[in-house]
Design a protein around this ligand. Structure first.
Ligand code: GTP
Ligand code: MG
Length: 172
């Protein structure tokens, strides 16, 4: 059994990474957020899988991501921002290159309150391209839609992985 889960949020600037974390913690949408949230730890007894869960707000260089930073990575984009959706594709590559072991990825389309249509049509081809992408979810930090679900999916991806979890150097 794992003793804890470490979730990292990455994504283009202003897609709502910090807001998602603050919304989860305070159960309301913060009008103003700092650039980066402090690392938070959710105690085991209030998480669905009963494992202490750390959530890390990442703003910076994907080159610095490594095994000690994350067990699962949420790649956040904004459903009303085409560029942030296109940029999603660059993260799996950067992340996969930085890791020896497979780390599950979750695609997170934030700001669903701002659009009527879903971004799935654009996202599905990306999902099909990378087997490391565990799942995708559309959510809104603003109206709290799918926020707890998102963090539950992330926990689940670590604790109950669906894909093969292997380290290339151990494969022989
Ligand atoms: P950086 O730290 O600069 O990379 O940005 P970020 O990804 O942490 O985004 P942040 O949480 O700072 O949010 C950027 C802006 O989007 C803010 O003005 C938020 O209020 C707004 N925002 C975040 N989430 C939502 C959402 O779900 N819906 C709407 N309508 N606005 C949102
Ligand atoms: Mg931020």
């Amino acid at each position: 059994m794992r003793k804890d889960v470490r979730i990292l949020l990455v994504g283009e600037p202003k897609v709502g990474k910090t807001s998602l974390i603050m919304s989860l913690v305070s159960e309301e949408f913060p009008d103003e957020v700092p650039l980066r949230a402090e690392e938070i730890t959710i105690p085991a007894d209030v998480t669905p899988e009963r494992v202490p869960t750390h959530i890390v707000d990442y703003s910076g260089n994907t080159h610095l991501i490594c095994e000690s930073t994350a067990n699962v990575i949420c790649i956040v984009y904004s459903v009303n921002n085409k560029k942030s959706i296109e940029k999603v594709i660059s993260f799996p590559r950067a992340v996969i290159n930085g890791f020896n072991c497979r780390v599950p990825l979750i695609l997170v389309g934030n700001k669903s309150d701002l659009v009527e249509h879903s971004s799935m049509e654009t996202i599905l081809p990306i999902m099909n391209q990378y087997q490391d992408i565990e799942t995708c979810v559309e959510c809104s930090a603003k109206n709290l839609k799918n926020i707890s679900e998102l963090f539950y999916y992330a926990q689940k991806a670590v604790l109950h992985p669906t894909g093969p979890l292997y380290c290339p150097e151990e494969k022989e």
